[in-house]
Design a protein around this ligand. Structure first.
Ligand SMILES: Nc1ncnc2c1ncn2[C@@H]1O[C@H](COP(=O)(O)OP(=O)(O)O)[C@@H](O)[C@H]1O
Ligand SMILES: [Mg+2]
Length: 339
């Protein structure tokens, strides 16, 4: 089927703005992220409804979340949307199947090895819900190897997320910091030919882009606004990625951090200067080690060397040991490579 052939349109319609942009995007990776209630999950579900309408049996999707409980909520919403197009929920296979043969499976990736379970499956869409709940990108990246279509349907990776969570830092660095324009990256061709190009796009979501929710639940914004600290509210309501969720100090934010230079181990470790002699640095935030929830180190130091030793000791305490990749246990550089 050609992309401009007429189709029987699905019943789910995108709202104007970012949802429309999301379902029309042709970049390989699209991350739709930020405010809670911005319409991200709906857009991901709706995107597959349109993909299924266009490509029929060739449309094979996988939607993953980190936990089973959070997946249930997405499935509940899908059960309101897909049956209108004739799709049936098949509990035994945890998937929706359309009369055409299109299929969207729902799975959770509780631990990093779960991604291996999907080896050998071909998908034309992989959706990762709440990308920042994944402390490390590896399990999510592995899923991309399953994007393949024998019928020639376009294969895309799509993800949604809010700021905060154990994966805040890597998601922000990879997808958010580059801004909202298409980013093109050259990938070395493993077969020796010319380099490949891959592209990605970040689409920011705001609550105001979801009039469907605002009309149905006008007090939702008020509940978000009173749900926590000023920083949390900025993250959830406005989708502000400069906040550092889980940081020990309430005032931590990318806005008031700066990077100390001069010592190798301290490169890129943001610090907050409290005075001419005291510096507090926050260490690795989110996803460095473990679940990254407690993401601070505080140290009062005058010399970078002293600070560096504290970082090293702290990293070792956080589990910066390496059995697998053979680096020097606890060495700051080894820790960074694993990051
Ligand atoms: N295109 C749409 N059509 C109808 N309702 C929508 C649409 N987009 C969002 N909504 C409504 O808004 C609610 C919240 O959107 P959701 O996608 O869950 O937000 P987010 O995932 O960003 O937190 C949905 O449960 C749905 O009721
Ligand atoms: Mg959601």
């Amino acid at each position: 089927m050609r992309d401009d052939d007429p189709i029987i349109e699905p019943s789910w319609r995108p709202q104007p703005g970012p949802q429309e942009r999301f379902i029309n995007a042709t970049e390989f990776e699209v991350v739709y992220g930020s405010a809670r209630g911005g319409g991200k999950t709906d857009a991901a579900l709706g995107d597959f409804a349109w993909h299924a309408a266009r490509y029929g049996e060739a449309a094979q999707g996988l939607m993953v979340r980190r936990t089973r409980a959070s997946l249930d909520k997405t499935i509940r919403r899908a059960r309101q949307i897909y049956p209108k197009d004739g799709a049936k929920w098949i509990r035994s296979r945890s998937c929706f199947e359309w009369p055409s043969g299109a299929c969207l499976s729902f799975r959770h990736l509780a631990n990093d090895n779960d991604a291996e379970l999907y080896q050998g499956h071909d998908y034309t869409r992989v959706y990762v819900e709440e990308l920042t709940q994944f402390p490390k990108p590896e399990p999510v990246d592995k899923l991309k190897a399953n994007l393949r279509s024998a019928e020639g349907a376009p294969c895309y990776f799509r993800a949604t997320c809010n700021p905060g969570g154990p994966g805040h830092t890597w998601v922000k660095q990879r997808y958010i910091e580059a801004g909202t324009e298409r980013v093109v990256e050259a990938i070395k061709n493993p077969l020796g030919g010319p380099d490949f190009e891959t592209d990605r796009l970040f689409i920011p979501a705001k609550l105001k882009d979801n009039p469907a929710l605002i009309a149905r639940d006008p007090t939702y914004a008020m509940r978000l606004a009173t749900s926590g600290s000023e920083m949390l509210v900025r993250a959830w309501l406005e989708g502000d990625w400069s906040v550092i969720m889980g940081a020990f100090f309430r005032g931590w934010s990318g806005r008031n951090c700066r990077t100390l230079r001069g010592s190798e181990a301290l490169d890129a470790v943001p610090v907050l200067r409290l005075g001419p002699r005291r510096a507090v640095f926050r260490g690795l935030v989110g996803g460095g080690f473990g679940n990254g929830q407690f993401t601070f180190v505080s140290a009062a130091a005058r010399r970078p060397g002293a600070l560096s030793r504290v970082v090293w000791r702290w990293r070792r305490r956080q589990g910066a040991r390496t059995d697998r990749d053979g680096g020097r246990p606890g060495h700051p550089r080894a820790a960074e490579r694993r990051g």
